[in-house]
Ligand binder design. Structure first.
Ligand SMILES: [Zn+2]
Ligand SMILES: [Zn+2]
Length: 301
């Protein structure tokens, strides 16, 4: 699983910082999460192929998470895209994009599907053979969802030596990979764990931005391998975080501890601060495994 941060700063784009957007590569799928201004340029800089993006998840309709979307959708057409594109985001996103296309007399060369969200409960919004995506309802000034990306458990691995020793026919291999026991011709039952190995452990990634400190998300993100949690402010601005429905680095760390995640990635930093080290220091007072998100940084898990 690979996470590439295209942008992770709050509010306005600046010379060297970009608003929120990131790409998650999981089981050979590329998911674009949020699409702030500058996302296309950042995709180019990070050598991510536009054509590999088929699903875009938008957390909420604030500009720093959204204003790159119409540009990205338009560019896909200029590039002659024909593959379907799926956009997941708050109710209203369809109207917003279609109005911009209409007034600019533009169209798409591909089919564009919107999956509008309005539930306040966590729900499955994407599922295929290998990956499942659920919403994480967040508390912010407008309707907002985080997203939990989970790999599905793979098949069990065949213990080739054992299968040959028992002289089991190839026709039963899939049953073994699915976890089934095998009955030999003489009536002996061979239990599955003697014929197969555990599959590789599955990975999960929870994206939570923007949100005030909210323990309601803990049951949804519990035991995630990686949690990206916004940390707009440092502790000195804790009151402002509360007021604007954002979080501090320490609060992000508190959620990481309570949800028992393995890694915490910080981001959505207010541009009022010089440097990011203090975000890490404050979070590390609470939680060990803190990674600083930054524009153009990739993490492999
Ligand atoms: Zn934001
Ligand atoms: Zn916001």
């Amino acid at each position: 699983m690979k996470l590439t941060i295209l942008g992770c700063y709050a509010a306005t784009p600046r010379t060297l910082t970009n608003p929120t957007s990131q790409v998650l590569e999981i089981k050979n799928r590329l998911f674009l999460i949020d699409c702030g201004e500058g996302t296309q340029v950042q995709l180019r800089k990070n050598k991510i192929k536009f054509s590999k993006i088929n699903h875009i998840f938008i957390s909420h309709l604030h500009g720093d998470h959204l204003y790159g979307l119409i540009g990205t959708i338009s560019t896909f057409s200029l590039l002659g895209r024909t593959t379907d594109l799926y956009v997941y985001g708050p109710k209203g996103i369809k109207e917003l994009i279609l109005l911009q296309l209409k007034l600019t007399e533009s169209w798409t060369t591909y089919d564009l599907f919107f999956h509008e969200l309005e539930s306040k409960e966590s729900e499955i919004i994407f599922e295929d053979k290998h990956v499942i995506v659920k919403t994480i309802p967040l508390k912010h000034r407008v309707y907002t969802n985080g997203f939990l990306f989970q790999e599905k458990p793979a098949e069990r691995k065949l213990n080739v030596g054992a299968v040959q020793d028992y002289d089991i026919h190839i026709a039963y291999y899939q049953k073994i990979k699915n976890g089934g026991d095998i009955t030999l011709d003489n009536g002996t039952v061979i239990e599955n764990d003697k014929l197969s190995f555990d599959p590789a452990p599955t990975m999960s990634y929870a994206f939570c931005s923007d949100t005030v400190y909210n323990e309601d998300i803990i049951p949804i993100i519990e035991n995630a391998d990686v949690l990206y949690h916004e940390s707009t402010f440092l502790e000195s601005e804790a009151a402002l975080a509360q007021k604007t429905l954002h979080s501090t680095a320490k609060e992000a760390a508190r959620i990481a501890v309570k949800a028992n995640v393995k890694h915490l990635v910080l981001g959505h930093y207010s541009t009022r601060y010089d440097g990011l080290e203090r975000f890490k220091e404050e979070a590390e007072e609470i939680f060990q495994n803190v990674l600083l998100g930054d524009d153009g940084v990739s993490f492999e898990f």
